[in-house]
Design a protein around this ligand. Structure first.
Ligand code: FES
Ligand code: FES
Length: 161
């Protein structure tokens, strides 16, 4: 099985790679050092590997790297840093919704995807939007509260009520 040229732009940085055709985007990203993209199941069931692919939230274990050729990818680390966190990342920390932290990057991606399309989601809409993200630690109550907190901070008028 030969390798094929793939160009990925990740968090604004371009990478020219030669990858076997069956390499997943998850593997490619982790091999590049984007270890904030977590490998939880590799079968599309846990959401830990979620990233934005040309602006759309996807499970990177379910996308082949060559399908992402030429695409813009944003991982949790591309949204903000420890020093300069995104309001959603800050809300996760402030609301006590991070225990082991394994699910957090994927939760942040799914939360951003939700709040970008719906600034004021109901609890049911939050639970539905995060239904593909598994958390073994927190129970989902704190995570729902986090999303409401993030909505209030992002859109102080009307969001997160
Ligand atoms: S590792 Fe991709 S959904 Fe679980
Ligand atoms: S904080 Fe541990 S899996 Fe969610």
């Amino acid at each position: 099985m030969g390798s094929h040229a793939v160009r990925l732009t990740v968090n604004g940085r371009g990478h020219d790679l030669a990858l076997p055709p069956n390499t997943t985007l998850l593997t490619a990203l982790r091999d590049l050092g984007y270890t904030d993209v977590k490998n939880g199941c590799e079968i599309g069931e846990c959401g830990a590997c979620a990233v934005f692919l040309n602006g759309e939230a996807v499970n990177s274990c379910m996308v082949l790297a060559h399908q992402a050729d030429g695409a813009e990818i944003v991982t949790n680390a591309g949204l903000g840093t420890m020093k300069d966190p995104h309001p959603i990342q800050e809300a996760f920390a402030d609301a006590g919704a991070i225990q082991c932290g394994f699910c957090t990057p994927g939760m942040v991606i799914s939360t951003k995807a939700l709040l970008d399309r719906n600034p004021n989601p109901t609890e049911a809409e939050i639970r539905e939007a995060l239904s593909g993200n598994l958390c073994r630690c927190t129970g989902y109550g704190q995570i729902v509260d986090t999303v409401k907190l993030a909505a209030r901070r992002l859109w102080p008028v009307g969001g997160g009520e």
